[in-house]
Ligand binder design. Structure first.
Ligand SMILES: NC(=O)c1ccc[n+]([C@@H]2O[C@H](COP(=O)([O-])OP(=O)(O)OC[C@H]3O[C@@H](n4cnc5c(N)ncnc54)[C@H](O)[C@@H]3O)[C@@H](O)[C@H]2O)c1
Length: 260
């Protein structure tokens, strides 16, 4: 028995990083998964590896027509949709006074508009299926500041805000909506060495770990599998009385200021 037996879940940004681990874990727990991403090649390869329980769709989360097509593809393959993980996101570093408007809007389009469009498009499908779950991916910078992240932090705070409103509006349709707020997680977003075939990823991870050893009470950067397990909890019956909340998964980083 899997925790997601019989479920059909769309996962965005599923070609790599946290989305990939969510797709792997959800499939292992019995879900049929629809993997959406702009990275067609790794997304197709992952769906092929997962087998009959998985489909890849090209999905730019900032595009309304892509969402319509993704939902149609999910229903065509698996009959209905009763879960969504809004995971796709991008990160840009810049000082407030140096951030071009185009860059700010680029981040908003993916992280904020993408989450909005995903919930707006998929929620009626979840209602038609008799209920379901939405898990949005925010960040610890939705709850705490960090220099150079004006655009990113704004969008992640918006994700938490939308999560609360959606949870209230959709509760009577049997839909629970929650948000995850990861701290630093070892994916290509934080550790681009993962994208360089020539790089020694173990060495790069060790260097990153050295940085987070001092910052994070648990003494290391997080693993994408650890975020996937929170997504599983929030998508399964284990969290049946939980909705509208941001869940921090950060090794204790936001707990307080360390003096050691
Ligand atoms: N890695 C971290 O430390 C960290 C911390 C907090 C929050 N997050 C959030 O977790 C989520 C996953 O990040 P990750 O670390 O796995 O990063 P990642 O860069 O490894 O993966 C992000 C995925 O999203 C996809 N994507 C980007 N733009 C897209 C678009 N327009 N449409 C569809 N897919 C798109 C990418 O192709 C990629 O597959 C993001 O929302 C990110 O903001 C990450």
């Amino acid at each position: 028995m899997g925790k997601l037996d019989g479920r059909v879940v769309i996962i965005t940004g599923a070609a790599r990083g946290q989305g990939e681990q969510e797709a792997r874990l959800f499939a292992a727990e019995g879900a049929r998964v629809v993997l959406g991403d702009v990275l067609d090649e790794p997304g197709e390869a992952l769906a092929k590896e997962l087998g009959e329980c998985a489909r890849f769709v090209h999905l730019d989360v900032g595009r309304e027509d892509d969402w319509t097509a993704a939902v149609a593809a999910a229903k065509d393959a698996f009959g209905s949709v009763d879960g969504l993980v809004n995971n796709a996101g991008i990160l840009r570093f810049n000082e407030l006074v140096g951030t071009p408007l185009a860059e700010y809007l680029e981040v908003v389009q993916v992280n904020q508009v993408g989450t909005f469009l995903g919930m707006r498009t998929v929620a009626p499908e979840l209602a038609a299926a008799g209920g379901g779950t939405i898990v949005n991916t925010a960040s610890y910078v939705a709850l705490s500041g960090m220099p150079l992240l004006t655009a990113y932090a704004a969008t992640k705070a918006a994700v938490v805000g939308m999560t609360r409103v959606a949870a209230m509006e959709l509760a009577d349709k049997g839909i629970r909506v929650n948000a995850m707020c990861p701290g630093a997680v070892d994916t290509p977003m934080t550790n681009p060495a993962h994208l360089d075939p020539a790089a020694d990823t173990a060495e790069a991870t060790a260097a990153v770990d050295e940085l987070y050893r001092k910052l994070v009470p648990l003494g290391r950067i997080g693993r994408p599998e650890e975020v996937a397990r929170l997504a599983l909890f929030l998508s399964s019956e284990d969290s049946s009385y939980v909705t509208g909340q941001p869940f921090v998964v950060d090794g204790g980083w936001l707990t307080g200021v360390s003096v050691f």
